[in-house]
Every structure is written in structure tokens, then in C-alpha cells.
Design a protein around this ligand. Structure first.
Ligand SMILES: CC(C)(COP(=O)(O)OP(=O)(O)OC[C@H]1O[C@@H](n2cnc3c(N)ncnc32)[C@H](O)[C@@H]1OP(=O)(O)O)[C@@H](O)C(=O)NCCC(=O)NCCS
Length: 164
């Protein structure tokens, strides 16, 4: 059974480990690189885990997925979903959707009116996944910071206080 929990400061090693696994598995899906993340010092990870909302999916004592909520750089009233990754063995089993639900709940509790994200053009699985969860393309596109030859698109889901 999978349990989704927000990481606490003492779980920074778990957060780092799954983030590095994600970047090794899907280097083209993220705005940063494995080398850059490997260079972050331990206290940088503690700070990350305590300043952003890191949700980890636990299967027993193993972390099998991650999603992170942060402030949205474009919209004051929105929050932003980053770092979304589920290990291949748990794709298609609902773990990823539950991680997004956790970030949506966090954003809503924080008073946000929307949750936004960027997805790389051509990442059709992720794109379809976000479509299904009610995210819509905003029409904004831009270069992926870690590889400016690739474009990414912004998607956004409006949040309502009643949970719809
Ligand atoms: C993105 C990710 C979190 C989604 O989780 P998931 O468990 O794979 O998602 P789901 O299986 O629930 O949904 C994927 C959808 O894409 C479909 N799909 C599967 N492979 C596909 C492909 N190659 N092309 C298009 N659609 C595809 C699935 O059928 C499903 O659609 P459906 O629900 O209508 O049947 C996961 O695939 C992942 O970790 N990918 C690598 C990292 C990544 O890309 N992160 C996103 C960064 S923005």
C-alpha cells in the first residue's frame, strides 16, 4: 500500500535520494540537471524540505514517488507543482495522481486560487496525465532552463475552496 506524506526536516535524505533518482531516470523532464542537484550541500536540502512542500510516496520504508509544491513565479495567487516523478514500477497505479492530490490540498489550504506547472513539449505521458487531472494549457511556452533547445508549456488548474 502506498502512503503519501509531506516530508519533515529529518527526511531530507529521502527527498534528496528520490530527486536524484528522478533526474537520473528522466533528465529531459526537469528544469535542472543531476550534476547541479548532486552539488547541493546537505544544509541546502534541509532548507528545501522545510521551505517547500515536499510530498513523498512511501511503499513500506521505500520512497517511490515525489511531488513538490512551491510559490508560483508568475501568479501571486497561485502555487506551482515541480519535481513530479514516480518510479517506473509505480506508473499507472494511481500513485502519481495521489501525489498531485496532496499538492492540490496543500495549495488550497494555503489559500491558492490555482496550481500551475511547466511540462516539456513531447512528454506526452505527463501531458496526458495532467490533462486528466484538470490542468489546461495556458498558451505560455518557453525554453527549458536545463536545455534551451527544448520548449516547455505552462498548464494551470483552477482551485476552488469547496474542493471541486
Ligand atoms: C509523469 C508521471 C508522474 C505520470 O504518472 P503515471 O503514473 O505515469 O501517470 P498515469 O499512468 O496515471 O497517466 C498517464 C496517462 O498517459 C497515458 N500514456 C502512457 N504512455 C503514454 C505515451 N507514451 N504517450 C501518451 N500517453 C501515454 C496513459 O494511458 C495515461 O492516460 P489515461 O489515464 O488516459 O489512460 C510519470 O509518468 C513519471 O514519473 N514520468 C517521468 C517524470 C516526468 O515526466 N515528470 C513530469 C515532469 S513535468
Amino acid at each position: 500500500m502506498i502512503a503519501i506524506r509531506r516530508a519533515v526536516a529529518g527526511e531530507w535524505r529521502d527527498a534528496r535520494a528520490i530527486r536524484l533518482r528522478a533526474l537520473a531516470d528522466a533528465p529531459g523532464a526537469f528544469a535542472t540537471t543531476l550534476a547541479r542537484e548532486e552539488a547541493v550541500p546537505d544544509d541546502g536540502w534541509v532548507e528545501r524540505v522545510t521551505t517547500a512542500a515536499w510530498f513523498l510516496a512511501w511503499h513500506g520504508d521505500r520512497v517511490v514517488g515525489v511531488a513538490v509544491g512551491i510559490g508560483d513565479p508568475d501568479e501571486v495567487d497561485a502555487r506551482h507543482l515541480v519535481g513530479m516523478w514516480v518510479e517506473p514500477a509505480h506508473r499507472g497505479d494511481g500513485t502519481a495522481g495521489r501525489l498531485v492530490d496532496a499538492v492540490v490540498g496543500w495549495a488550497r489550504d494555503d489559500g491558492a486560487a490555482a496550481l500551475a506547472l511547466w511540462v516539456v513539449d513531447g512528454n506526452d505521458r505527463a501531458r496526458r496525465f495532467y490533462d486528466r487531472l484538470g490542468f489546461h494549457p495556458t498558451g505560455q511556452r518557453g525554453p527549458l532552463p536545463s536545455d534551451p533547445t527544448v520548449l516547455e508549456s505552462r498548464m494551470r488548474r483552477t482551485l476552488t475552496p469547496d474542493g471541486s
